[in-house]
Design a protein around this ligand. Structure first.
Ligand code: LCS
Length: 393
């Protein structure tokens, strides 16, 4: 079915499903490592790119392809590359687009491992980087050098909730011959489409909102143009970080309900943020849908909605936050985010501990920051859970 012209929700349900000889209504799981050739000539032609068809699952597989096609359509790009994890999407972008002598400007508060991989490991291969607050456009402009190849932005940022002006960063980057890569994990394509805003590559930890059910780790890259898409695909195939067909099938299943899951979680997040902001035991709340958020106006311009993630600090700092996390009963104390179940975590001692204290504080992740990923449970139950837990702080 040609789904290109359909609305976003129709694409969620139908995009990418291949024509199946048995008439399967959903994408079948092609759980195979390899594909038989009719004859030697067909094998040679497929390898030479002269004939359509699959060769070997690391290179391509119909179940994985279905998800890649859907993601490319949802992000309005030319092609998608599914990867084994969100981090392998990050490493594929770095390895595909950077060479020794190149420079990267990146957001200080990116997901901890995305920063460590660049600063500690890509540096061993001669890639320089500058980490700064990409919401400060003057700072981004000042950091661009003649060898700047990529501006890497996570927006909204994990867990600081910083929102970068993607149109402005894309204009700045392109004026200097650089590309913009956006980690769109926190928003999902339902709430934000960076390629439409002028950026060049979008990536996701599919583990989060896209799969949405906390049962798969995966990643995806979508490119705006064919040349970049080919570079990304070639690197994924060479480095061997392909997704598995069963993993892709589960993600495609979760993807169908992305918009209704995000709508419900976002509705609750708005109410919880307002409730927390008024609570006497809460120091501050950071939520994209509150007028107190520094980029509240930009969010309205750039995103379809403020999403389901929020961060806050309990009075009493780290100790207060720990007591809250130990006292919640409905929210699960776990890292990750974007699933149907509400999760609560402590970035300073968990997801962002590897950054080191100085870099962490400089990127707005205080010791007491609590991250809360709102799920689709009954709102009143979530508020009652926080209420009883805060009473114990
Ligand atoms: N990008 C962002 C914004 C993330 O939040 C994560 C994982 C990744 C990339 C990496 O994806 P993965 O390889 O885990 O699929 N974020 C996590 C978090 O905040 N808690 O646990 C994992």
């Amino acid at each position: 079915m040609d789904t290109q012209h359909l609305g976003f929700d129709s694409k969620l349900v139908h995009a990418g499903i291949p024509d199946d000889p048995m008439g399967s209504a959903v994408t079948p799981i092609y759980q195979t490592s390899t594909f038989a050739f009719r004859d030697a000539q067909q094998g040679a032609d497929r390898f030479a790119g002269k004939a359509e068809g699959y060769i070997y699952t690391r290179i391509g597989n119909p179940t994985i392809n279905a998800l890649e096609v859907a993601m490319a359509q949802l992000e309005n790009g030319v092609g998608g590359v599914a990867t084994s994890s969100g981090m392998s999407a990050v490493s594929t972008v770095y390895l595909a687009l950077l060479s020794a002598g190149d420079h990267v400007v990146s957001q200080a508060s990116v997901y901890g491992p995305s920063r460590i991989l660049m600063e500690k490991h890509m540096s061993r291969f001669g890639v320089e980087s500058t980490f700064l607050d990409t919401t400060d456009l003057a700072a981004v402009k000042a950091a661009i050098k003649p060898n700047t190849k990529i501006i890497y932005v996570e927006s909204p940022g994990n867990p600081g909730m910083q929102v970068t002006d993607l149109v402005a960063v894309a204009e700045l980057a392109h004026a200097h011959g650089a590309l913009v890569v956006v980690d769109n994990t926190f928003a999902s394509p339902y709430l934000q489409r960076p390629l439409d805003l002028g950026c060049d590559v979008v990536l996701h930890s599919i583990t989060k909102f896209i799969n949405g059910h906390a049962d798969v780790v995966g990643g995806v890259l979508v490119a705006k143009d064919e040349a970049i898409y080919k570079q990304l695909r070639a690197m994924m195939v060479m480095s061997g970080c392909n997704m598995d067909p069963h993993q892709a099938w589960l993600v495609s299943r979760g993807l169908k309900t992305l918009s209704i899951r995000v709508d419900r979680a976002q509705q609750s997040a708005q109410e919880i943020a307002k409730w927390l902001e008024k609570h006497p035991k809460i120091e501050w709340v950071s939520y994209l849908g509150l007028p107190s958020h520094p980029q509240y106006e930009l969010v309205k311009k750039q995103m379809k909605g403020p999403g389901a993630m929020l961060s806050f600090e309990v009075k009493g700092g780290v100790e207060g936050g720990r007591r809250l996390m130990d006292a919640v009963k409905l929210a699960t104390l776990a890292v990750s985010l974007g699933g149907v179940e509400t999760l609560i975590s402590h970035p300073a001692s968990m997801t962002h501990a590897s950054m080191g204290k100085e870099a962490r504080l400089a990127s707005g992740i205080s010791d007491g920051l609590v991250r809360y990923s709102v799920g689709i449970e009954t709102l009143e139950d979530l508020i009652a859970d926080l209420d009883q837990a805060l009473a114990k702080v």
